[in-house]
Write a protein that binds this ligand. Sequence first.
Ligand code: MLT
Ligand code: MN
Ligand code: ZN
Length: 286
Amino acid sequence: MRVRLLGTAAGGGLPQWNCACDGCARARAAGVNRTQDCVAVSGDGRAWFLLNASPDLRTQLAAAPELAPGPGRRDTPLRGVLLSTAELDHTLGLLTLREASALTLYGSSCVLDALAGPFPVRPLLARYTTLHCAAVGGGEIDLDGGLRARALTVGSKRPRYAEGLPGDDWVLAYRVHDPHTGGVLVYAPCLPAWSSAFEELTADAGCVVLDGTFLHDDELRRSTGGGGTATSMGHLPIEVSEPLLPRRPATRYMYTHLNNTNPAAVAGTTPRSAAEVPADGASFEL
Ligand code: MLT
Ligand code: MN
Ligand code: ZN
């Protein structure tokens, strides 16, 4: 399995266009640029799938040689998108994909419903491309190119625009498995808590791409003087998750969805250095 981290920042990116906070100022001074969280995976190097569709997708695709179009004039290796949430920072890029001739969208049923309701991406896209949508339950789905994916519900936090909508499966983690190599990737950019089900999902992972939104639980209050805790916003802070990382020598842990208040986003390292803080474009095989 080939994996490319297209973007590693939380909503707004780093630096955020309208933000003069210390983190954004440090990023500007250091020339650090992180685009919004998005991952590309492929089993055969020819058919690629996105994990989420970031608002920065056009730039991210242009920077990824693996995802270049061809050989036909409108051929693309991009087959579809697996959504972990319906949040705008994970779905706005879907509109960028309207030029595709066909696209398959995977997500929980409440996420897919939100994208037909208050944020009507699906009916919009269906006017431009042949759109297939598939709800992911607990079972494995087969992806073109040989990968298999399974979703685990890890949270129930709705996007702000979807308040009041029914359903519990608003936040998913994905386990992507390559049956040919045995490689396993777990992708969990929004993880409210490290449950036993999540422990089981990651048991045989070669790499876990993990929620690194905040370093500290009270980071927003520290940096802005207000705002809720990381945990109350559905993001397990690094200071809590990093000590929990099981010491499995074969597993790499990488933090993504880094918020502009997170000092690790500019430093590129965590306090314990038990996990990696990769830059945009990091690529590896599993
Ligand atoms: C989140 O990750 O919690 C959301 O993307 C926050 C938001 O943009 O409203
Ligand atoms: Mn987000
Ligand atoms: Zn900022």
